[in-house]
Design a binder for this molecule. Structure first.
Ligand code: UT7
Length: 326
């Protein structure tokens, strides 16, 4: 049997940092509100010239270096993003070009905050079915470019960043089980209304700011906790495990209160839950990618550990993946 496993992780955060104090000068908000309601203190913001593929590139290079692979070894590149460089070509194609990954089939996956987990599981399928040997999976977002900087209910939440994983085939099972799901009936809760075929760009859509993220935070919050708990439990059950076997939960970083509620329901103490929301805010697909990379860099993950990735986002979409680190 051949099994997918992660052999290299990388990340990149654009250098510009926006603090809560900076936001206090832009909209009617306070460090106290943002900190207590979300857990966020700072976020990184891409420069005008930094596209999603541009920030994905250093993350991908670092993951390849740590995997001791060349881009020429890649059979596929999957970029999870809802902030692509263009509608087309895909962000993955730009990345393929920059990396000179000559034989890599390349595509984007749009599964919002669960995108990195979706992409890992799809890559697992390609590897374990024998279609590919080495795959680069990236979660990269420049949400700041779709943010309405006059809307305090959303602009304090998001940040930019990229995380990458190189997957390769091995002999020991590592991705033990996963649980992916979607419910499109809740699509309006988190949406970029204009710029697609449903509502093409027009002077009216620009004037009405329909090219910015619109979110019904309260309703999402209620769904997020239940869905993330159910997804994690379902994936653990499929792996014949329960939450007592988890060494580290790496959750999507949308709101510290959501993460704490999920941890409580899974009976996990706080030291078993990875947190970086305070530094980066919500980076959609990049959140779990960067969190996994940082947990590894901080030596919180060792061989034999059970790590659970767990995310929820606009679509709605959700995903949990149980990994035994090999
Ligand atoms: O990435 C995956 C998908 N995203 C999520 O899952 C996000 C889920 N939702 C959340 O994280 C939270 O709902 C938010 C952080 C977005 C909002 O927190 P909340 O505790 O649900 O606040 P709220 O929307 O109920 O607003 C409470 C109050 C309102 O004032 P009134 O109407 O009670 O007077 C808002 O106008 O807080 C006000 N408010 C703010 N005040 C200061 C909203 N945003 C701000 C702000 N600064 N930035």
């Amino acid at each position: 049997m051949r099994y997918a496993r992660i052999i290299g992780l990388g990340k990149y955060l654009p250098p510009k940092v926006l603090t809560n104090q900076d936001l206090e000068k832009i909209v009617d908000t306070s460090d106290e509100w943002i900190t207590t309601r979300t857990g966020i203190k700072t976020r990184h913001i891409a420069q005008d010239k930094e596209s999603t593929s541009a920030i994905a590139l250093p993350a991908a290079r670092l993951a390849l270096k740590r995997a001791q692979l060349s881009a020429k070894d890649l059979d596929a590149i999957i970029v999870a993003t809802i902030t692509p460089d263009n509608q087309f070509p895909s962000t993955a194609c730009y990345l393929q070009h920059y990396l000179k990954a000559e034989k890599a089939a390349s595509l984007d996956i749009a599964a919002a905050c669960a995108g990195f987990i979706y992409a890992l599981v799809y890559a697992q399928g390609l590897i374990e079915s024998g279609i590919a040997n080495n795959i680069l999976v990236v979660g990269a977002e420049t949400l700041s470019k779709l943010t309405d900087w006059e809307d305090r209910s959303t602009c304090v939440l998001f940040g930019d960043g990229a995380g990458a994983a190189v997957l390769s085939s091995g002999r020991k099972k590592s991705f033990l089980a996963s649980s992916l799901g979607a419910d499109g009936s809740y699509g309006e809760l988190l949406i970029l209304p204009a710029g697609g075929s449903r509502l093409p760009t027009s002077k009216k859509t620009v004037k009405e700011k329909m090219h910015f993220i619109k979110m019904k935070g309260n309703e999402l919050f209620r769904l997020a906790v239940r869905i993330m708990v159910d997804a994690a439990k379902d994936a653990l059950k499929k792996a014949n495990l329960d939450s007592t076997k988890i060494k580290l939960l790496v959750p999507h970083q949308a709101n510290i209160r959501i993460i704490n509620a999920v941890a409580t329901r899974l009976k996990l103490p706080s030291h078993m839950v990875y947190l970086n929301i305070q530094r980066y805010g919500n980076m959609s697909s990049a959140s779990t990618a960067i969190a996994l990379c940082e947990a590894y860099e901080e030596e919180l993950i060792k061989k034999g550990d059970i790590v659970v990735l767990d995310a929820f986002g606009g679509g709605l979409v959700w995903g949990a993946l149980v990994i035994e680190w090999v």
